[in-house]
Write a protein that binds this ligand. Sequence first.
Ligand code: CTP
Length: 407
Amino acid sequence: MAAASLGLAGRHIVLGLSGGIACYKAADFTRELVKAGATVQVVMTEAAEEFITPVTLQALSNRRVYTSQWDAREPNNMAHINLTREADAIVIAPASADLIAKLVQGRADDLLSLMCLARPIERCPLLVAPAMNREMWAHPATKRNLAQLRADGTAILGPGSGDQACGEIGDGRMLEPAELLADMVACFQPKLLAGRRVLITAGPTFEPIDPVRGITNHSSGKMGFAIARAAADAGAAVTLVAGPVHLPTPRGVARIDVMTARQMFDATLSAVAAHDVFVATAAVADWRPARFNDHKIKKQAGEKGPPSFELAENPDILATVAALPKPPYCVGFAAESHDLLAHAREKRVRKGIPLIVANLGPATFGQDDNALTLVDANGERELPRADKLTLARQLVAEIARRVGVGQ
Ligand code: CTP
C-alpha cells in the first residue's frame, strides 16, 4: 500500500505503552507507523518496561523513548507538555485496564497518564487500544470506564477477539498492528460521508457450467474494495457485495459474498433500499450458461468436436437499481478496451445514471494502480494515475460533493 494514500506521512504520533503482553505487538505497530511516513515518539509506563525494553522501541522509532515525568533531559523538565504540544495524536497501544481507569479519573501519577491529561484536547486526539483478559474486559468497572472514555471523546480501537495469552478465548485482545494502522488512518480522514450509507458491488462473477467449470473474468476486486475502504474511512456505513475474490474485508465494512451474477443481483436488490449511494464496480458476467450440468461434462470418445453451450443474459444490476422509484445516487464503472470516452458517455445515458467512471479494463485488472475519468452530464474530469486507494479517496470526495455532504 503506497504510504501517500494512508495520510499519515508527516504526522507526529505519540505512542504510549502500558503494561500488558500485547506490548510485543507495539514493536511491529511502531514499524507500520514509520513505514506509513509518521514520526513516532514512544512513551512507556514502568509496567510496560516489564514486557518490552525501551531499546527495541528506540531502535524502531529512531527516537529516544520517554519513561518518566522526571526525565531531566528536557531543559524545562516538562516532558508531558513538550511531548503533547508537537503531537498530532496520542495512541495508547496496549492500554491496560488500569491505565484506562486512570484516564477516566484524570489521574496523572506517571508520564503517560499525565501526558493524556495535559494534551490540548481540541487538536490532539486520544486513541486507545485496550488489551486485557476477557473477564477484565467484561467486568462492569471496565465497561463503565470505557463508556466514560468514549463520552470524553476518546476513540477506542478494538479490542479484537480470539485466543488470549492466558489460554482463554474471548474479547479483549489487542488489535493486530495492521488493524491498528487501518483505524489510525481512518481517524485522519475527513468524514465526508458521515451518516451516509454506501452499497458497493466488487469483483468478478462466476457462472458455473458444471460442478468444475465456469465463465468468469480477470477482475481482481481491488478497486471496489479500495472504494469500500475509502467510503468507510470517510464515515459512511458500507455494504460490500463481493464476487469470488481473495481480498481482506476493509475494517468496519459489512461484506456479502456471492458467486453468480444472479446472486449479486439478489443481494444488491435486497440491500439497496437502506442505502444513499450505490457504486457498481463489479465486472458482472453478461451471460451465463442457460443450463447447469449437474455432472462434470465428459469428453465423449468418438463424438465430433467439443460441446456447445446456449447462453442466457444476466440481469443488469446497475440499470435495475437506477430505475427504482427512489434510486440511491448511482455510480457506474466502464471498463473498456478501446474508445473509452465514447463508450462511457453512451453507457451512462443507457444505464440512466448520473456518474460513470471510465477506465481501461485490460490495463487495470489486478494492478495496484489505475487512471480514471469521471463522466457526468457536465463533462469529464481526469483522475491521473495513482494507487487505487488514492483514487478511491478522490472518487469518494467527488461523490460526497455530488450528494451534498461534507462541505
Ligand atoms: N453492470 C451491472 N450488471 C450487469 C452488467 C454491468 O451492474 N449485468 C454494471 C457494472 O458493475 C458497471 C457498469 O454496469 O458499473 C458497466 O459495466 P460493463 O460491463 O462495462 O457494461 P455492460 O453493460 O456490460 O456493457 P458492454 O458489455 O457492452 O461493455
